[in-house]
Design a binder for this molecule. Structure first.
Ligand code: NAI
Length: 469
């Protein structure tokens, strides 16, 4: 078995791991990355954020051509779906991006090792040993090892994945045909995004959600308005409900759904289970080394150092939302701190986006959370129906809601439901990162006509002085 020595070994080449590796190389470290997938980029690039957004964008265009072009005066024959081409385009996007990470590794002299990594513990000199199991078994030695192995879909015991009919997001991103009826278990990010894709492409979609609201933890008004919008598009919802099991019968599947009023049988062709994800730590050897965990997550300190010297962890493995951008920030900050820089992740300013249409984007606290914490606040709201650009786009659903301290006006949270909310939320993140106020947004000149003017108007409305509302 060959042996090689590095300054830093990163395990996992997802958004957290590959950013950490590149930042480490930029800071002069000799870096190796171990990845068991054939391609780099982790779940995000291969079977998560990127392919789902590729399909969301394609299916949105299909929906627009079918439902909305005529309103713009564009008469076209009803469009037909070439699902094979749509999937091929998605795969092309994924390939470009995963190849892009490989290119960046080369450019930064990062060594990439294909295989599954296991921690062997420290040698006599205190360096960590990592075994790479694969075609070419290798042992890597480094003073610092960063765990960035991410997460996997949670399985419900009553609905085990079979890769064909009861599936996770991975398979739902690659169905060979549009299901007649797709049953989605879980009304969170994945359920609503992939439910939207297949709904737009012609499937009937029923979402079964255990809680009374969609996208748990989001602003109540946003969640309610999003649900109304998705219902208008044809999505069905069974709230406060659970799927007790699924039976294969002739002609398809029958799911038994437990609702408050009793049980209901629902015929469907596919079941997408999207009830959350859990950290992927199996096989790493964490228990043997004594790496402390809590509720399945690896415990780390402010440096992202675990309870074992030399072993660090970031991303979905540790506490916090399982989001690619959170992992990316942690990757960079962790390596910078290893090199003595005083970097920090601002956990109060992690944006969340649900890429439905309209999109739901938020940062900071919700009204519900502020009430619960007893923090006095004021609300400024502005509807896209009064925004000129939204009208030009024929996209006037949704609103911007700014929450600010009653005294002083510091922005505490911003919640947007609307077209391209994902791009608009960055203004709120920036202002909040600098501890800015609603007045800071209100005083900032916003180009006209843009969707972002709705953010300014909502900020003006904190003091009831929006111009157009
Ligand atoms: P999620 O945590 O967003 O939503 C899961 C939903 O399933 C919750 O509403 C929960 O109440 C419900 N649920 C749990 N058990 C259930 C049961 N037995 N029956 C019915 N409903 C049940 O999880 P999801 O959608 O699987 O996504 C996983 C993770 O991936 C998320 O935590 C998110 O951080 C990340 N993600 C982020 C995206 C984004 O930023 N746009 C897109 C996709 C995923």
């Amino acid at each position: 078995m060959s042996e090689e020595v590095f300054d830093l070994v990163v395990i996992g080449a997802g958004p957290g791991g590959y950013v950490a590796a590149i930042r480490g190389a930029q800071l002069g470290l000799k870096v190796a990355v171990v990845e068991k997938r054939e391609t780099l980029g982790g779940v995000c690039l291969n079977e998560g954020c990127i392919p789902s957004k590729a399909l969301l964008d394609s299916s949105e265009l299909f929906h627009l051509a079918r439902e909305r072009f005529a309103g713009h005066g564009i008469e076209v024959a009803p469009p037909t779906l070439n699902l094979g081409r749509m999937m091929a385009r998605k795969n092309e996007v994924v390939k470009k991006l995963t190849d892009g990470v490989a290119y960046l590794f080369k450019k930064n002299n990062i060594r990439s090792f294909a295989g599954t990594a296991a921690l062997l513990g420290a040698d006599a000199a205190g360096s960590q040993q990592v075994e790479v199991l694969g075609e070419n078994a290798t042992r890597l030695t480094a003073k610092k090892v960063l765990l960035a192995t991410g997460s996997e879909a949670v399985q419900i015991p009553s609905l085990p994945f079979d890769g064909e009919t009861v599936v996770s997001a991975r398979e739902a991103l690659a169905f060979g045909e549009v299901p007649g009826h797709l049953l989605v278990v879980g009304g969170g990010y994945i359920g609503l995004e992939l439910g939207s894709v297949w709904l737009r492409l012609g499937a009937r979609v029923t979402v079964v959600e255990m809680l009374p609201r969609l996208v748990a933890g989001s602003d109540g008004q946003v969640a309610d308005a999003l649900m109304r919008s998705l219902k208008k598009q044809g999505m069905r919802f069974l709230m406060g409900a659970k799927v007790a099991g699924v039976e294969r019968r002739e002609g398809g599947l029958v799911a038994r759904v437990e609702l408050e009023g009793g049980a209901q049988e629902i015929e469907c062709d596919k079941v997408l289970v999207a009830v959350g994800r859990r950290p992927l730590t199996a096989g790493l050897g964490l228990e043997k080394l004594g790496v402390k965990m809590e509720q399945g997550r690896v415990l780390v300190d402010v440096d992202y150092l675990t309870s074992v010297p030399g072993i660090y962890a970031i991303g979905d493995l540790i506490a916090g939302p399982m989001l690619a951008h959170k992992a990316m920030e942690e990757g960079a900050v962790c390596v910078e701190r290893m090199q003595g820089e005083p970097s920090l992740v601002d956990y109060g300013c992690v944006p969340g986006v649900c890429y439905t249409w309209p999109e739901a984007a938020s940062v900071g606290r919700t009204e519900e959370a502020l009430k619960e914490a007893g923090i006095p606040y004021k609300v400024g709201r502005f509807n896209f129906s009064a925004n000129g650009r939204a009208m030009c786009m024929d996209e006037s659903e949704g609103f911007v809601k700014v929450l600010a301290e009653s005294e002083g006006g510091r922005v505490l949270g911003v919640h947007i439901l609307g077209p391209r909310a994902s791009d608009m939320i960055v203004e709120a993140v920036t202002v909040m990162s600098f501890g800015g106020s609603g007045e800071d947004i209100a005083l900032t000149m916003h180009a006209h006509p843009t969707l972002s003017e709705a953010v300014k108007e909502a900020a003006l409305n904190l003091d009831k002085r929006a111009i157009h509302g």
